[in-house]
Design a protein. Structure first.
Length: 476
């Protein structure tokens, strides 16, 4: 019987050790490896689409950081110190491929985070330990993170975003459970709720009484009240569903002495606007106020108020959603409001009046120039006439102007200064008029003027063409 060939010798431990020692990475200092790994893409470097089909081309790039961590212990330890881990805007769930069904996404992301955070080197690293802000796409992901990092989060967590719209069906018990999980976080002072539904807002005060800033976007079928929040300094509510929201749910009455910034945007329920003047009077220390859309009753209330506002922003109603709020009527009311006592120390003003033949554009600009000597930042969305620019010469404190114009392209120009419009196809006189208005003002303000006109393209009569004049500054 022929002799069988001898089996090849197994590499000795000494040989393996010497092979490792010959690796060029073995002798690199951790600082150099950290610099090299810093070039790997992260979720903060690439815009990630929520649609799995659109985001698939980016996922392999993002997962390169995860692949590096699996090469060896040295690589993992160095990768754990990459600076992006501590960024408050980092959403760790962006590392994995999205599932199509919301319930599958939530389970997959929760499992991924549960596995990732079993690494004590990452959980206890100097980077992740410094992370004060977290975004949670579902209650399952929130629970997974707190399971692994509860002690650290109770000491460090300050900023939370709950964005559960696409990941799980809104549920009152889930919302309450999420807030209860965060209850031990005594430093949590900022909470952002995106697309939250079927929620009792009274639980916010119960579990997060120390909140100073609260942002609520598109709440629906919510009830309860923010009344017992007593430390709020800033409250923002946008796009509330008028059919499913009770009247006084959004007013933190016990924060009357602390609330300084109030922002209500696209709140189109008539019942809501019926209540708001009475509630606004309670917040005597308001410095920043955004109300959209504006109503004549609100203007009347603000005229009599004792606020000392520094920032004010509003817009006229669109589409007749509220009674007795024709845009031109509101524009005239706001023009009168600009002379109110509460506006005297205003430093920032935003007015969005859209387009209308009968808006008192010149009167608005003249009221700003006459009544607001301390104004530094002006943001206007309404049609203009070049001759109005002379009013800018009175605004000696201005630092920045942003003016957006939406106007139908016309071949004629109205002469009445109150109703004056000019042809947006002729922009040659804009720069000279602005330069003349600011000739004696130093330092020169930054000016951004955005012009739009309707295109006459035969295949797309509503195609918009945008002209930008003076991006950054009108001066070289």
């Amino acid at each position: 019987m022929a002799d069988r060939p001898a089996a090849p010798d197994k590499p000795s431990t000494t040989h393996m050790k010497s092979h490792r020692e010959l690796s060029p990475f073995q002798n690199l200092a951790p600082e150099i490896l950290l610099h090299i790994f810093g070039y790997l893409p992260t979720p903060l470097d690439i815009f990630i689409h929520t649609d799995p089909d659109e985001s698939s081309q980016y996922r392999p790039l993002l997962q390169s950081v995860l692949a590096i961590r699996q090469v060896c212990r040295i690589f993992r330890d160095v990768a754990n110190d990459l600076v992006f881990w501590k960024d408050d805007d980092l959403d760790l769930s962006e590392f994995i491929i999205k599932k199509r069904r919301p319930e599958d996404r939530a389970r997959a992301e929760a499992h991924f985070l549960d596995v990732l955070l079993t690494d004590p080197g990452l959980v206890n690293s100097n980077t992740l330990q410094q992370k004060e802000g977290w975004t949670f796409r579902s209650y399952l992901t929130l629970r997974a993170v707190f399971k692994r990092m509860g002690r650290q989060l109770s000491e460090r967590l300050r900023y939370v975003v709950l964005d559960w719209m696409y990941y799980e069906t809104p549920n009152m018990s889930v919302f309450q459970a999420g807030l209860a999980t965060m209850a031990p976080c005594s430093n949590l002072d900022y909470l952002e709720l995106l697309s939250i539904g079927h929620a009792n807002f009274s639980h916010i005060a119960e579990y997060c009484p120390q909140l100073k800033e609260l942002f609520i976007h598109y709440p629906r079928s919510c009830y309860g009240s923010l009344e017992k929040l007593s430390n709020l300094k800033r409250l923002t509510v946008k796009d509330a569903d008028p059919m499913t929201i009770q009247r006084s749910i959004f007013f933190p009455v016990q924060s009357a002495n602390s609330l300084k910034c109030l922002h209500f945007d696209h709140m189109c329920a008539p019942d809501f606007w019926h209540d708001i003047p009475a509630y606004l009077r309670l917040f005597r220390k308001l410095r920043k106020l955004h109300i959209a859309p504006m109503t004549d009753t609100l203007c009347a209330m603000l005229l009599e108020s004792t606020f000392d506002l520094r920032e004010f922003s509003t817009s006229t109603p669109f589409g007749g959603s509220l009674p007795n709020t024709e845009p031109a009527q509101i524009a005239w009311a706001v023009t009168k409001l600009l002379g109110a006592k509460c506006m005297r120390n205003l430093k920032s003003l935003t007015l969005n009046f859209g387009w209308s033949y009968y808006l008192p554009g010149y009167a608005v600009l003249a009221a700003i120039a006459t009544n607001l000597p301390n104004l530094k930042y002006l943001d206007l969305h309404m049609d203009i006439k070049i001759s109005w620019f002379r009013e800018f010469s009175k605004m000696t404190a201005l630092k920045s102007i942003y003016w957006e114009v939406d106007q139908i392209h016309r071949s004629t120009t109205h002469e009445d200064p109150q109703l004056g419009y000019w042809n947006t196809s002729d922009t040659s006189g804009i720069r000279p008029a602005l330069e003349a208005a600011f000739a004696h003002i130093s330092p020169l303000p930054e000016v951004h003027l955005s012009l739009e006109k309707w295109s006459n393209h035969p295949q797309a009569s509503f195609l918009l063409e945008e002209y930008e004049i003076g991006i950054g500054s009108i001066y070289p």
